[in-house]
Each structure stands twice: as structure tokens, then as C-alpha cells.
Ligand binder design. Sequence first.
Ligand code: PLP
Length: 661
Amino acid sequence: MSANPDPQVLLGDDDVAWTPADATELYRVDAWGAAYYHVNERGHAAVMPTGEDDLSVDIAVVVEDLRARGVPFPVLIRFQDVLQARVRRINRAFSTAIEEAEYDNVYRGVYPIKVNQLHEVVEEVLEAGQPFSMGLECGSKPELIAALPHMEDDQALLICNGVKDATMLRLILAAQGLGKPVLPVLEKYTEFVEFMRLAEELGAVPRLGVRVRLTTSGSGRWRESGGDRSKFGLSIPEIVKLVEVLHSRGHPESLELLHFHLGSQISDIQILKQAVKEITQVYAQLHRRGVPVKFLDVGGGLGVNYDVGYSSDDPGIGYSLQEYANAVVYSVQEVCEQQEVPTPALVSESGRALVAHHSVLVVEVLGAYTKDRIEDDFAASEEDHAIVQRLSETLEWVRQRGGEAPTLAQLSEAYHDAWEARNEADTLFSLGYLDIEPKALAERLYWSICYLVLDRVAALDPDPVPPEFVELEEQLVDQYLCDFSVFQSILDHWAIGQGFPIMPIARLDEEPTRRALLVDLTCDSDGKVSHYVSARDDKRFLPVHALRDGEAYDLGFFLMGAYQDIMGDAHNLFGRVAEAHVYADAEEPGNYYIEKIIPATSIRDMLASVQYFPNDLQRRMNTLIRHKVAEGMIRPKAGTELLEQYMSCFHDSTYYDTRAK
Ligand SMILES: *Cc1c(COP(=O)(O)O)cnc(C)c1O
């Protein structure tokens, strides 16, 4: 054993060669990869984009390709085939359930565009969903405006949730006039009154849906407050009143859809079943009163396993896609049979489960911060400062005791001695009694002692580990500085502690011998990833490889496709990252081609969003420089060059540019 070991190295087993299968297990790829992501035999992260055959694309190869094309990092890679595969998979899960149950109606899914509004994503979902008449869901006026022109298929639904003003309601009525099944889901009774008034103005028979306020409420982090306190939905008395109005106008068939939404990431399938049964009872009651509702819409919430089993309060998603579809189909059928009413067409609004898997954010590690340690062969001499000598003795003691298995108490004492000496050095330095060189030596000796003590503690394997050593470990772990912003790219991690799978995209055939805390570019202490998906007990750190000089180290952030890459805030004015849209193709080298690259937000656009404009900035900068030229501080030519240099920055991306020389 070296005299200056790294406690992290000891975590592995030196005797057995590390294989890609070990990496698969360590990063729990099987748990979140969902048949799409895996580690290939070269030790690279790879994707099987269709999830149906064994065509595989090596992500590290795509990344090198993008780098060679000069795409700035971080870069978000969209695997469009994964998106299509998810659309097919969800539709097939429902058709399988429908066939097996001999359910006498169809499934018509809709994609809620708020989950990822990017035009290509919406188009891709619609294209893959075409054979299934997949539709869209919108929750605001701009989303309605974006979605409406895409409703080519007259069978595909456009469901409009959210609060709707008269402009929206009129537009919905107009679209209905075109024969499109554009259904507003009315959330409040007043909205119904307004909708009926506008329909009357137009002389149209309106088509509508209502959100039913259920007694069942969701579970988990994203639970929407259901039940009586919910701000959403019509109560049972309101629904009774609404039906009376429709009857009195002679058009009970206007009410076409009943809807509920339990919130995202439903963790307990029993709650879903309960809600489905409850709404089906409402449906059956209405049917028997001459209101032939066509659609039952069970909302979104189909879960995605990001960080399975990360902690006890997050049990992960305990059901499969097929179980979800079965739960809906069989529950509706059961109630309909019991109430002897025909079955409705089924609608679900799964967003996350459709789009989360398709994108991967690739982030470069810019550097590792480790604590500076002393050389293995360092020995203090008589000439060294007394503090340095003391620390050197302590280090020697811990080293020597290595063979004799020191006790926890002895290690604790050694650590305290070191801490005191270092503290003394700091105090003397700040008072001017210690030179900078011995201070540097004292610090390096201190860190060496800390590493060694932790190593010995780990060998003792105490349970529990004393808090001071837990804390020390957090201080000693490497910080890997990553070229991205938590607030732009993984907002949910910061906001609600959502864990995302993160794994190096190469070197997975090599044991990761270090553990790191990932920190981002923002000047914010929250700009870090605070827990990780791994098979290790300690989820505070990510197992990583030591960086190599002159070699990029890229981390993949997986399952980024839902909510994250659309929600980012402009913390420190970091903008959207560059994007590459990748398609699988067995005929192409590497089994893929890059269809499109979307540049990152430029500094110019980012600044414009907060009202700084190039013309004005240029004028100010120019004035500033001209004054200095007039004062004789710089030559006019240098002034002009400085202005050009400044202005050329406007086109850059907002992130750290590793290509800049
Ligand atoms: C957000 C939302 C969805 C999508 O939920 P997921 O959890 O992403 O499936 C569906 N319907 C409504 C009404 C929503 O607000």
C-alpha cells in the first residue's frame, strides 16, 4: 500500500478485472435504461433507439462526431427514434390490454405539450402516433395556438385544459366548426356558462369535456390536491346542474368527455385504480340519464424511474407501462359491466413517460478540485516550522500505526491534533507570524493526514460512522467542475430534489476509482448535484474516473426529455444548450446520422431577453474606449480592436468554451 493512499481506491476490488457489466450495475442502468440505454462492449454508453431490435448507437461516437463538427458543449442529444418507440410502446400497451380484456372501445392518447414543447418533439410524437390517432393536450393560449394547426387527423383529439378566456373558447368553437374534435375541459362552472354563451352567439352546438373533482387524490411528490379542497374541477352538484342545462337545451350529447388528473409521477397504482373507478361511476350515472359521454380521460402521471430506490421516501415507480394500461382498461370495464353501460373510448395524457427517455445531456468536466497533499517521501527537518514538524509527526504516526490497526479513538485523536495544528497555522499567518511557504506545507500535511485517517476509519468499518468523519469525507471528496447550469438543465433537481441518472459516457470498462461531487458553472452554492443514482450505499457522490491530461471527460445526464430542457431559468444568464437530433440508421457508419443541429442560445439573445441590446452596448463601450484614446491611455488602433473583440462575443454561446484558445 502506498504511504499516501486514496481512500476511494480501496472501495474497489483490485483482484477482479472491471467489466462493462460492473458499470451497468454500479450506475443502475438496468433500472432506468428501460431497454434503451446500456453499456456496450467498448465500455461506452450506448442507446438501442428503437427498443425493439438490437441496432445500437454508441453515444461516445456521436459525441466525438459533434465535437469534430465544432458543436459547442454542453450539448443535448435527442434520439428521435426513442421518442417514436415510446409513442408506439404506450399505444401498444393499451391495445394489448384492450384485446386481452375484450374491451369494446378504443384508446386515443394525447400528448401534453407542456412536457416538452419543442416543435420537433411534438412533430415526432404526432408522426409516430399517426397509426394510433394520437392527439395533443394544451394548457394555455400559446400552447393552443401552437397545437391547433397540427391537428390534421380528424380522429385525433385536441384536449384543452387550464383556465380559458373568451379568445381561447371562441377559437376552440371555431375549430369545432371545422369538424375537429377540439374539446375544452371545463374546470369551473363559470367557464361552462361562458362557453355556452359564446356557442349560442355563434349558433353552434358545442362539444365539451369537464374535469371531475374526485374524492380520490394522488400520492407522492407531485400530488395535485384532490378532493374537496382542489382548485380544479367541477363538483358533483355542479355536474348535475350542467347536465340539466344541456338537457334543457336539447343537447345532452355536448358533454363528450370526463377528465381527471392525479398529478405527475403516480407512485401507487392502487390510487390510480380507485380514481378510475370513481370517475367511471360518474360516467355510468350520466349514461343512464341520457348523457352519452364518449371519452374517459385519465390524465397524466404515468411514472418514470429516474432514481429507483434512492431513499425510503421515494419508493420509485412500482409498476410497468403494461400494468398501468391494464389498470385503466380493467377498472373501467369492471364498473361499466357492473352498471350495464357501454364502455367509453379511453384517453390518457401521459407526458413524462413519452418524452423523458429520448434525450441525453452531455456535459464536459472542466477540471477536478482535489485537496493538495504532501509528497509520499516528505519528512520535516529541524529547520521546518514547529507546526510543520508537529503535523509531520502526526502523519508519520498514522502511517506507522497502519499495520497495527489503530482504534477509532486513536484516529479521532490524530485528526484532532492535525486540525488544531492547522488552525494554529492559520491564526499565526493571519497575524503575520507565519510565512506563506510553511503555511502551504501545513495545509498539505493536514490534508494528507485527513485522507489517511479516513482510509484507516474505512478499514475499521464502524457503524455508524462518527459524524465528524462523515463531514470530513464530504470535504475531501473531489469536486468535478462541469460545464453546465443546474438551473438551466436539471431544474427539478434543485427545486424538488429529483434525482437523474448520471454516468460517464466512456471508460466504463475501467473501474471508477474516484468519487466526486458535481458542481456547475453558476456562482451559486446550490449549483451542484447533491445526490446520485448508483448502487453504492452512499448516494452523495458519483463514482467517476480520474481525469487524464488533455483528454475530455464527458458525463451523460440521462432521461432529460421531460420538463427539464424546457423549463430552465436564466440563472447567471446561461441559456439553452446546443442540440443535436440523431436518428438511427443501420446503413450509416456507427448506425446513426445527425439530422439537425440547433445552436445554443447566443449571448446576444440571452442579453436581449433582459433588455440589453447590442447597439446600445456597443455605443457605451465605444464611448468608454474613446475617452481612453483621448486621454492617451491606448492607441486608436488598439481601441478599435478591443471594440471588435467585445462585439464578437455576442455570437458566442453562454457556456464555457473549451474550444477557445
Ligand atoms: C402536466 C399534465 C399532464 C402530464 O403529466 P405527466 O406526469 O407528464 O404524464 C397531463 N395532464 C394534465 C392536465 C397536466 O397538467
